[in-house]
Design a protein around this ligand. Sequence first.
Ligand code: HEC
Length: 245
Amino acid sequence: MNQAEKEQYLREYSLLKNEGKPFFPYAVAKDSIMAVIVMATIMLLSLLFGAELGPKVNPTTTTYVPRPDWYFFFLFEILRVMRNVPKFTPMATIGIPTLCMIGLFLLPLYDRGPERLITRRPIALASGLATIACIAFLTYSGANTGSPNSVSLPAPPGLTAAQRATFYAGEIVVGESGCEGCHEIGSNGNNGPGPPLTHIGAKRAAAAIASTLKNPTAPMPSFANLAKTSPKKFAALVSFLSDLQ
Ligand code: HEC
């Protein structure tokens, strides 16, 4: 802003100030009325519709899929894509959100242009739109991730229809058996304490996989019981793992 612009601005400001109304009581009254309307609307909605309650808490469930509320999906997604590199976890949970907050806080210090029209502020416009697009994309992908105890690998090409059916049946057994608490499979599961299984079929023969499942090294639990009680499920599991080339 040069000197002439500054004086022009101050002149307009004092003109407007003279014809305006004082903050108290005019603006305060308006705000109070609006606040009462908003509160009354919320109370009315809660009386009419009530708050949504989920099913009763069941501490013995093994199928519960913990998920944040929808407005946290973007943060959840940042954490999800970084979860297998423990070094980056603090960056995802604390680093990125804090840097964004600091950036917003310092905005009045680094954005000192006199323009107010958004079309004359291309950098502000572009970064605002980019932020909205990023959050929208992360929210969308965060909302559409599979549950942590599912496998999202497609069957490898070249399988017969029956083999594909067995492959997907095996994925379900993996989900039910909690393997992903300890093993990473594709983009699902935890990276440890067990080794990733994404290419286990290329490393171990089916017989070796089956014997590991029946007689594993601790802390891996034995699945000998599954082989005894549901041989079909066990066979699907072994076949699925051998197909992971
Ligand atoms: C409590 C954690 C845990 C669970 C649950 C678990 N594993 Fe493991 N698994 C391990 C660990 C740890 C090892 C490595 C053991 C070793 O050092 O030999 C391992 C090893 C393996 C291996 C051998 C890997 C190799 O390179 O030879 C296979 C195959 C395997 N697990 C499959 C499974 C499957 C399939 C399931 C689910 C049905 C499962 N695991 C469940 C912890 C687990």
